[in-house]
Design a protein. Structure first.
Length: 271
């Protein structure tokens, strides 16, 4: 693990694989950390890719910014991290909130993007109901901590049947959620409530795009992935069976196969 002070926060990250490999930046969702991508990092580095997995500010080992952190703040942190690493352009991918940060990165820094990977995420701006919910949840996490919330949502983060069928995966996901600083989680929730609509951004994308979704995702169901595909007709879409909101953790072999096939066929030989 490495650390660098960027834009007022200390960001911890892993930079794995050959320095000459095609760079792939993977962005975790809420309320997780960079280890969510452990299986993907192993598969990608084994195939010769350079993989950068940061802990977003407020998550994992990275410094916490209290109050509100916008998706644009996360995106600018990542651009600064790529600058620090000497990476001009990268494949940028994320899951859930990480997918929305990926879209924000595309909106703000399109010249830095070689391809996009959007997993279990949605493009429209937050609704008024959603804004109120996220702000209430932020208040709750600050008052109560992460434990109760983690227990309530584990059967939505994973497909409910995988919570019992994959106890080690469930324990790992619960551990990440419970270890998250409530102040970091709350700040991200308040910022995410103000996210813009990314549909225009997606319609303008010309780089390769991979859309991945768990077949049984209840947070961002297959219909949300299909809506993104409709905006980006040249995109590749993979539906991962026997998975919910975190298919990279629930079905890593299927997820990794889709990702590696996409990179090899759509990205590796592209200028």
């Amino acid at each position: 693990m490495n650390a660098i002070a960027l834009r007022g926060a200390t960001i911890h990250y892993d930079d794995l694989g050959p320095s000459t490999g095609l760079p792939v930046l993977l962005i975790h969702g809420h309320p997780f950390n960079r280890t969510l991508w452990a299986s993907q990092a192993e598969a990608l580095t084994g195939a010769g890719y350079r993989v950068v997995t940061p802990d977003l500010r407020g998550y994992g080992h990275s410094g916490v910014t209290r109050g509100k952190v916008l998706l644009s703040d996360f995106a600018d942190d990542l651009a600064a991290l790529l600058d620090h690493l000497g990476i001009e352009r990268a494949v940028v991918g994320g899951v859930s909130m990480g997918g929305q940060i990926t879209m924000e990165f595309q909106r703000l820094h399109p010249q830095r993007v070689r391809a996009l990977v959007l997993s279990d995420t949605s493009a429209p701006a937050e609704t008024d109901e959603g804004k109120a919910f996220r702000n209430r949840l932020a208040d709750r996490l600050l008052a109560e901590g992460m434990d109760g919330y983690a227990s309530e949502v584990i059967d939505k983060m994973l497909a409910a049947y995988n919570v019992t069928a994959m106890p080690a995966v469930a324990d790992r996901v619960l551990g990440m959620m419970r270890a998250t600083d409530p102040h970091g989680a709350a700040a991200a929730l308040r910022g995410r409530a103000e996210r813009p609509d990314y549909r225009d951004t997606l319609e303008a994308v010309r780089v390769p795009v991979l859309i991945v979704v768990g077949a049984d995702d209840v947070y961002t169901p297959v219909a949300d992935a299909e809506a993104i595909r409709d905006l980006v007709p040249h995109a590749t879409m993979a539906v991962i069976d026997k998975a919910g909101h975190l298919p990279g953790a629930e079905q890593p072999e299927a997820f990794n196969s889709a990702l590696l096939d996409f990179l090899a066929s759509r990205v590796a030989d592209r200028d």
